[in-house]
Each structure stands twice: as structure tokens, then as C-alpha cells.
Design a protein around this ligand. Structure first.
Ligand code: FES
Ligand code: FES
Length: 164
């Protein structure tokens, strides 16, 4: 039985079908964290200004605090929990964030990493300035920006070399 403001949600999250009953007013970050237990996605500003809640929907970067959960119905969502390989090997972006020390407190990191994956896929990594521009929606209150740009650049190069 669903309430007057509730609807069933059906999504594929990190390759696995998932269902939940969500309030029609809930955002995707609410559904991911509070109903599907995927707390890797962070809720920062909750109003589209910090990038902490970035996930991929059908492969594209989305601020999950600005998207209604039901707008993701029937779509594929990738969160930070879904980036590592089945064998547990970290994604090249995750590896490079570790290698370059691209975080301090880590709160912004899941969003930075998901945004970096999108930025690389979109091909916006030809220079540090381009990376800065296309990662500018992701705020880091610890100001690890130099290392973040370095990590995105390094991961882009590593992924390009891997695909050759
Ligand atoms: Fe979504 Fe800040 S929590 S942009
Ligand atoms: Fe602390 Fe970015 S590492 S907010």
C-alpha cells in the first residue's frame, strides 16, 4: 500500500535492479542514501551548488540533489559504490585520486570522482584549465584543487593509454 505522495521507483543501480517506494517529492540523493542504503553519495548543500551528490544517470553527470528520484525511474544510475571492478580493483580515477593525494577530509571526494569520470568521458581533459572549467561545479572546502586537477589529468592519460 502506498501513500498519497508515494510511488514505486525502479532503477538499475550499479548494474543491479533496485526498487523502492519513494515520496514523489524525494530527490535522487534521498532515495540513494535513505532508501537504497548507498551513503557513498554525499548530501552537501542540497541545492545544486557543491557537487558532492554527483552521480551518473545513463552515463551522464547529474547533481542528484536536483533530480527527483522518480525522474530516474527506468534508468541506469552509477554511484561511487559501483565504480570499482567486480574483483574490487579500483577505477583508474579512484586510483589516481589516491596516488595524487587528491583529498583531505574526503567529504567532496565521491562527487569529485564521479564528476571526473564524466569529465573524462566527455573529453574535457586537454589541459589543466579545461579540467578546472569542467570540474568547476565540484567544490572542495579543503581546497585540494591542485591535486584534484592533477588526478583527473593523470587518470585521463592512464585511461587513454589503456584503451590503445
Ligand atoms: Fe547536490 Fe550540493 S548536495 S550540489
Ligand atoms: Fe575535504 Fe574536499 S577533501 S571537502
Amino acid at each position: 500500500m502506498t501513500g498519497i505522495h508515494e510511488q514505486p521507483l525502479s532503477v538499475v543501480v550499479n548494474g543491479t535492479p533496485a526498487t523502492a517506494t519513494v515520496d514523489t517529492r524525494s530527490t535522487l540523493v534521498d532515495a540513494l542514501r535513505d532508501q537504497l542504503g548507498l551513503t557513498g553519495t554525499k548530501r552537501g548543500c542540497d541545492r545544486g551548488e557543491c557537487g558532492a551528490c554527483t552521480v551518473l544517470v545513463d552515463g551522464r553527470r547529474v547533481l542528484s540533489c536536483t533530480m527527483l528520484a522518480l525522474a530516474a525511474d527506468g534508468r541506469e544510475v552509477t554511484t561511487i559504490e559501483g565504480l570499482a571492478g567486480a574483483d574490487g580493483a579500483l577505477h583508474p580515477v579512484q586510483q589516481m585520486f589516491l596516488k595524487k593525494d587528491a583529498f583531505q577530509c574526503g567529504f567532496c571526494t565521491p562527487g569529485q570522482v564521479m564528476s571526473a569520470v564524466g569529465c573524462i568521458r566527455e573529453g574535457h581533459t586537454s589541459s589543466a584549465d579545461e579540467i578546472k572549467e569542467w570540474m568547476s561545479g565540484n567544490i572542495c572546502r579543503c581546497a585540494a584543487y591542485v591535486q584534484i586537477v592533477d588526478a583527473v589529468s593523470g587518470a585521463a592519460s592512464a585511461m587513454e593509454a589503456e584503451s590503445r
